[in-house]
Design a protein around this ligand. Structure first.
Ligand code: NAD
Length: 433
């Protein structure tokens, strides 16, 4: 099939590359000239394991192209996929200006029947808005389909190529048939396509992220309680996770959820519910718990070093919001850095993939080091913010030699408290004795 993917970010680029990999012809469009120029030269603007290989292969086979010119890409396409950002407005609702802007461009250029697939995460009813916008600008026939994306940054290629499920919201058989054809190569190992109406598909995406965020906030609050009542959240996690109704995944306490999706999607769903006069009280609590949890490690630092951190230096391992990505949107490291600086401390940082993003997002606030041990030199403590694999088994003797005092605040529970104590560290983690 001939496809156009509009928006070449984490979702659009992975979608375009993976669909090209299965034989479709894909044109990826973005308004960001720099990004498109880089991609044309084979330079990938994001860190996403496995993506480069697929991209290079499909560009070479001429199944994948990049352009900033949407108007010229539209006429030949059978399916147009919208994968632009839906960032939060100031009130927490989703900003639909990019999605509707694309709909307008499509409406102006439509030259025959096409399917417009919305992959961006959007409020319930956006499919209708997109339809109306295009309809007001064309006499050609078209359908709008919702196909929310569930990939996880850091494992996005794998998620796309071997999806747990593909949700399609379609309003008629013709659109459904085309979507089934598009995704046929991803269905070899089972019936992964779940077809429903457009609004239910839009809601499914928000519901999934809200459920996952709820799991995280619940575990975080439970972990904080464990500290006070003398229980250990790791044991509790195993204990409840072995119940198949609960499951082991997403039960890890830490320093709060971040990233480009959970915070904005929980917030957007909350605003939708409030506007509909059906408030989701549980999500208010999830958001509140997360705002507090993002500063949990600083609370522990203050308990140990006192309120005034003037003259102290803290070394952060991990700046991205999670491992295997360079994405720093809403990363807990940002909140931690700001709070430490507010209290007079100096902050140093290292991340295996997000150094460029860290420079852009944090600027001069953090002294960036490209060596994970170098930044410990003379620091008062090490703070672990992201559970990158390379932090799981460090050379503890080296860590101790570099730090001014052997103190570790571990926001990801990477180590065993008893072993850390035996090695001579003061070790503070989340919800463990
Ligand atoms: P992103 O910010 O990485 O990329 C969006 C891209 O769209 C940018 O490159 C931007 O320049 C481009 N763009 C904006 N307006 C445009 C226009 N008019 N024409 C062409 N390009 C335009 O965003 P993302 O993380 O890829 O997310 C995209 C959508 O997918 C969002 O709605 C997000 O919530 C959703 N989503 C994201 C993830 C994720 O893990 N990042 C997962 C699932 C769903």
């Amino acid at each position: 099939m001939k496809l156009v993917v509009i928006g070449t970010g984490y979702v659009g680029l992975v979608t375009g590359a993976c669909l090209a990999e299965t034989g479709h012809h894909v044109v990826c469009v973005d308004i960001d000239r720099e990004k498109i120029e880089a991609l044309k030269k084979g330079v990938i603007p994001i860190y996403e394991p496995g993506l480069e290989e697929i991209l290079v292969r499909n560009v070479a086979k001429q199944r994948l192209q990049f352009t900033t010119d949407l108007a010229s890409a539209i006429p030949a396409a059978e399916i147009l996929m919208i994968a632009v950002g839906t960032p939060p407005n100031e009130d927490g609702s989703a900003d639909l200006s990019h999605v509707l802007g694309v709909a307008e461009s499509i409406g102006k250029q439509l030259n025959g029947y096409k399917i417009i697939v919305n992959k961006s995460t959007v409020p319930i009813g956006t499919g209708d808005l997109v339809y109306e916008k295009i309809k007001s600008l064309t006499t050609h026939d078209f359908d709008v389909v919702s196909n929310p994306e569930f990939l996880k940054e850091g494992d996005a290629v794998n998620d796309f190529m071997k999806p747990d499920r593909i949700v399609v919201g379609a309003s008629n058989d013709r659109a459904e048939a085309m979507m089934r054809h598009l995704y046929a190569p991803f269905q070899r190992t089972g019936h992964r396509l779940i077809v429903m109406d457009v609004r239910s598909a839009e809601m499914t995406k928000y519901a999934a992220n809200a459920m996952l965020a709820t799991k995280i906030s619940f575990m975080n609050e439970l972990a904080n309680l464990c500290e006070t009542v003398g229980a250990d959240i790791t044991s509790v996690r195993y204990g409840i996770g072995s119940d198949t109704r609960i499951g082991q995944q997403f039960l890890f306490p830490g320093v709060g959820y971040g990233g480009s999706c959970f915070p904005k999607d929980v917030s957007a769903l909350n605003r939708i519910a409030t506007a509909a006069k059906k408030p989701l009280r549980i999500l208010n609590a999830v958001e509140e718990a997360n705002s507090r949890q993002r500063l949990r490690l600083v609370e522990k630092v203050v308990e140990h070093f006192g309120e005034d951190l003037t003259g102290r230096t803290f070394a952060l391992w991990g700046l991205a919001f999670k491992p295997r990505t360079d994405d720093m949107r809403e990363a807990p490291s940002i909140y931690t850095t700001n709070e430490l600086i507010k209290r007079g401390a100096k902050v140093r940082g290292y991340d295996p993939a997000a150094m460029k993003e860290a420079k852009r997002v944090l600027g001069e606030k953090v002294a960036l080091f490209d060596d994970s041990y170098g930044l410990l030199d003379g620091a008062d403590a090490l703070l672990i913010m992201t559970e990158w694999q390379e932090f799981r088994d460090p050379d503890f003797e080296r860590v101790k030699q570099h730090l001014k005092t052997p103190v570790i605040f571990d926001g990801r529970n990477l180590f065993e408290p008893a072993e850390m104590k035996a090695m001579g560290f003061e070790y503070f983690c989340i919800g463990r004795k």
